[in-house]
Write a protein that binds this ligand. Structure first.
Ligand code: ADP
Ligand code: MG
Length: 280
C-alpha cells in the first residue's frame, strides 16, 4: 500500500483539465472545461451543480473512467494523467448512485466485504472469509449501524438500499483510499435512509481522515457537510468556497445561486459570464 499523503499536503491536483464529448454530427460538449483545482489531504469537498453540468464527468475523469482530452492530473503524489482506470483504482474508493452498482447481489455481505478487502491483495477470497475478517467486518459495520453486523451471512441483495450503500461505503473505505469519490450516493434513497447514509459518510470520512469528493443533488447536504463546496456549471467551477464562508452557507443561499445560474442560462455566454462575475 502506498503511504497516504500527510494532512495539508496536496492530495489531488487538476491542471487545465478538459473532457469533451462529441455526439456524431452533434455539437461538442465540454463536460469538464479547463478545470484547475487542488485539494489538500483531508479535505472533504462537496460538489453540486445542475443536471448535465459535468459533476459525474469530473469524478469519472479523476477515476480514469473517461480520459482527459487535455490537461493533467496528480493524485497522492503520482502523475496519473495517463494511468488506466484499474491502475488508479488502488488509490481510490468509489460509491455510486445505484445501491446495486458496487456490490454483487448473490454474494453475502461478508463475501462482498471480502472482495473489497482482497482487492489488490494476493490472498484469495477463501482466506478473506476467515474469522479475522468476519470479526473485523462485524466490528466496522456494527460501529456504523448497530445491528448491521448481524447480517453478514445474508445475501447483500436482501438489504435495503440504504443499508447496501452503507456496506458499499465500508467496502470503499476498507483500505483507507487516498481519495473517496461519492457520486450522488444518496439520491436513490428515501429521505430517512439518505440521512443515515450521510451520517455514515461523515463518520467514515472523519474517522479515517479521508480526502473525499461528494457529489450531491441535496442543497441541505451541501450546506451541512464538508469543509469546501464546489458549484459546477457548464463544466467549470463557478463557485469554490471553504473555511468560514463554507460554514456560513445555507441551503437557501445555494438555492439562490442556482436560480441565478438558471437565469444566466437564458442569456448568451457573454451576458451569463458578466452575471456570474457579479455574483460569484
Ligand atoms: N459518455 C458520454 N458521452 C457523451 N456525452 C456525455 C457522456 N457523459 C456525459 N456526457 C455529457 O456531458 C455533460 C455532463 O454530464 P455529466 O457529467 O453526467 O453531468 P452531471 O453529473 O453534472 O449531471 C452532459 O451534457 C452529458 O450529456
Ligand atoms: Mg451525474
Amino acid at each position: 500500500m502506498i503511504p497516504n499523503i500527510p494532512p495539508g499536503q496536496l492530495m489531488l491536483e487538476l491542471t487545465d483539465a478538459t473532457v469533451t464529448f462529441a455526439a456524431p454530427g452533434g455539437p461538442v460538449v465540454r463536460a469538464v472545461d479547463g478545470v484547475t483545482l487542488s485539494a489538500p489531504a483531508g479535505s472533504f469537498v462537496v460538489v453540486i451543480g445542475t443536471n448535465g453540468s459535468g459533476k459525474s464527468t469530473l469524478l469519472n475523469a479523476i477515476a480514469g473512467t473517461v480520459r482527459l482530452n487535455s490537461g493533467s492530473m496528480r493524485l497522492a503524489g503520482h502523475a496519473i494523467t495517463h494511468w488506466r482506470e484499474d491502475q488508479r483504482a488502488r488509490l481510490l474508493g468509489r460509491v455510486f448512485q445505484d445501491p446495486r452498482a458496487g456490490t454483487a447481489a448473490s454474494l453475502t455481505v461478508l463475501e462482498n466485504i471480502a472482495v473489497a478487502a482482497c482487492r489488490g491483495r494476493r490472498a484469495g477470497l477463501k482466506w478473506a472469509t476467515n474469522r479475522v475478517l468476519r470479526a473485523e467486518a462485524a466490528q466496522r459495520l456494527g460501529a456504523i449501524v448497530p445491528g448491521l453486523d448481524a447480517r453478514l451471512d445474508q445475501p447483500i441483495g436482501s438489504l435495503s438500499g440504504g443499508q447496501r450503500q452503507i456496506v458499499s461505503l465500508v467496502m470503499a473505505t476498507w483500505h483507507r483510499p487516498d481519495l473517496l469519490l461519492l457520486d450522488e450516493h444518496t439520491s436513490a434513497l428515501d429521505p430517512a435512509a439518505a440521512d443515515r447514509v450521510v451520517h455514515a459518510t461523515a463518520t467514515l470520512v472523519r474517522e479515517h481522515q479521508l480526502t473525499a469528493f461528494m457529489v450531491t443533488h441535496s442543497l441541505k447536504q451541501a450546506a451541512a457537510l464538508g469543509d469546501r463546496l464546489l458549484l459546477v456549471h457548464r463544466g467549470k467551477i463557478a463557485l469554490d468556497v471553504q473555511g468560514a464562508t463554507k460554514r456560513r452557507l445555507t441551503a437557501d443561499d445555494l438555492a439562490a445561486r442556482f436560480d441565478r445560474l438558471r437565469c444566466a442560462d437564458q442569456l448568451d455566454d457573454t451576458a451569463a459570464q458578466t452575471l456570474a462575475d457579479l455574483y460569484v
